[in-house]
Design a protein around this ligand. Structure first.
Ligand code: PAF
Length: 282
């Protein structure tokens, strides 16, 4: 695996290739990231991963400084997975000057759910992903990029950004990987203490129960069922931001006539000081 730090080195490394397959990460890699790399490999003629902790998507009170940086282990995992090129830019490579040009995804998709609780988050994500895409794919006839469904809203926003800017990049959504007890794999699971780790699966259990209740008891009761699900999680000591059933197409609440529409149950809640998110397609 070739490790490059600058945009120029990345581009010269990718010069002979026509269809890069790309996985963007912030490092602290787990099996979910590696599954994306494995799915990337047969889809392109060179497999590229990036590790870059993007300051732009963290609010000042969030965990940018303490976000786990596990460089050696990450390199070993990517090497073992057969990744061809690792792009690990420094902050000054990606943001040599203040990033005043930014990608603002539409409010109806980006200011709800995660965007409501983390204002500016999707501007930061969209801007860095656009920039990483420019580093990896500029001048290429086509490419493919893979994003995990664990960050459901993120992969939707990126897919639409690529459509609207007519980028010749196929966006593939990878299924969420779960631990044996059902907890969605996440870089932030490492923040949980032993007791919290035992409790953490209750977020996905709550989403499953909410999905089943909405399906069984019809859509008009959706809001009451969502409120009950949040109360039940709060009673276990969580601080839920949202547990909600949405249409998969636009992440808006389903109308009562939408019973046969594909839906997704999404949730975010704090356990101790760790904020976890998860979702389940129903
Ligand atoms: O999902 C992530 O790890 C990040 O949001 C991403 C897509 C790498 C952008 O920084």
């Amino acid at each position: 695996m070739k490790i490059v730090h600058t945009i120029a080195d990345l581009r010269s490394q990718l010069a002979p290739h026509q269809r890069p397959a790309f996985v963007a990460t912030m490092g602290n890699l787990h099996d979910g990231h590696i599954a994306l790399v494995n799915q990337a490999k047969p889809r392109g003629d060179v497999t590229v991963a990036s590790i870059f902790v993007n300051r732009l998507q963290f609010a000042p009170h969030e965990d940018f400084d303490t976000y786990p940086r596990t460089w050696e282990a990450d390199c070993e995992k990517l090497q073992a997975a057969g990744c061809d090129v690792l792009f690990a830019p420094r902050e000054t490579d990606i943001y040599p000057e203040p990033q005043t040009y930014k990608v603002h995804p539409p409010a109806e998709l980006a200011d709800i759910l995660e965007g409501h609780f983390r204002p500016g988050f999707f501007v930061g994500v969209s801007t860095v992903v656009m920039k990483l895409f420019s580093c990896v794919f500029a001048g290429k006839p086509e490419g493919v990029a893979l994003f995990g469904k664990k960050d459901y809203q993120q992969q939707m926003i990126i897919k639409r950004m690529v459509q609207q800017f007519a980028l010749p990049i196929e966006i593939v959504a990878g299924e969420t990987l779960r631990a044996a007890d059902g907890l969605a794999l996440s870089s932030r699971n490492g923040y949980l203490n032993v007791q919290e780790r035992g409790e953490a699966v209750h977020l996905s259990l709550a989403l499953k129960a909410l999905g089943e209740a909405v399906k069984a008891q019809e859509l008009p009761k959706r809001e009451a069922l969502e409120a009950a699900a949040m109360q039940a999680l709060a009673a276990r000591g969580w601080k839920p931001d949202y547990l909600t059933v949405r249409r998969r197409t636009d992440l808006l609440p389903p109308e009562s006539t939408d019973a046969s529409t594909a839906m997704v149950v999404l949730g975010a809640a704090k356990l101790g000081t760790t904020r976890l998110i998860d979702n389940l397609e129903i």
